[in-house]
Write a protein that binds this ligand. Structure first.
Ligand code: 0O2
Length: 221
């Protein structure tokens, strides 16, 4: 009887993971569409690349243990917001907010939670815009609203976060406070560089008199 229960849980778990995988596809496509449209309008891509990941079973179990939540299918859906993860890496800081706004304005997207770690960086220096959204996914016999965690950040913020993430897993850091202070300093330097790069782009755009493809075409007519 118990093995029957375990088997049915595993079947349900596999099905739930399949649904999250599909939700990732939906959200990724939405960002790809926005990137294509933006390129046509402004002659540049706001998105550098998109990474996606499905949280593995052991990470889900660990997170639920940490939060003292019993491991059931319903609880995963209700309490674990980052089973489906989409990370969008933008060129400039303003792209982050433009792309987030465009996603949230879509009428099938529901914002569940927003954490702006760019306006309010974490004490360690971490910066990124986090959105937990819900998106409807259409399956053969049902429509299901699925939660996806979206992290939007610049290339510079992303490189800092990747290295910091790696360093965190290195055990027994000696001189920990000093290391943390240096990491924080790097994060702040990176934020300064991001804001200066945006400033440079704005200056170039203000002085740019390069005609668009359409303007060149119109002149030829
Ligand atoms: P992984 O391996 O990336 O999946 P909550 O959901 O509100 O209970 P949670 O989950 O801590 O709290 O939410 P939060 O703060 O929005 O962070 C979720 C994710 O953001 C993390 O996922 C990381 O990916 C990233 N993140 C947050 N803080 C940091 C940080 O200080 N450094 C780095 N490098 N990444 C960070 P996971 O599950 O921790 O890990």
């Amino acid at each position: 009887d118990e093995s029957k229960e375990i088997l049915s849980f595993l079947v349900e778990f596999k099905e739930l993971m399949m649904m999250y995988k599909c939700a990732i596809k939906e959200i990724k496509t939405k960002f790809e569409v926005l990137d294509i449209e933006f390129k046509i309008r402004y002659q540049r891509n706001p998105i550098n690349f998109i990474n996606t990941r499905l949280k593995c079973a052991s990470s889900i179990v660990n997170k639920m243990r940490r939060k003292n939540i019993p491991f059931t299918i319903e609880n995963i859906e209700e309490h674990i917001h980052d089973v489906a993860g989409v990370r969008v890496i933008c060129s400039y800081v303003d792209d982050i907010y433009n792309i987030a706004k465009a996603l949230l304005e879509q009428d099938d997207i529901k914002l569940i939670k927003k954490k702006d770690y760019i306006a309010n960086p974490k004490p360690n220096g971490y910066r990124s815009l986090h959105l937990i959204v819900s998106v409807p996914v259409y399956f053969a016999e049902q429509k299901k609203n699925m939660k996806v965690e979206v992290q939007i950040r610049t290339i510079a913020m992303d490189s800092w976060a990747s290295l910091e993430h790696q360093l965190k897993y290195k055990q027994q850091i000696t001189n920990e406070e000093h290391i943390a202070a240096q990491l924080k300093e790097c994060a702040d330097l990176i934020a300064d560089i991001d804001s200066r790069m945006l400033d440079i782009r704005t200056q170039i755009e203000a002085n740019s008199s390069e005609p668009t493809e359409e303007e060149i075409l119109l002149k030829k007519l």
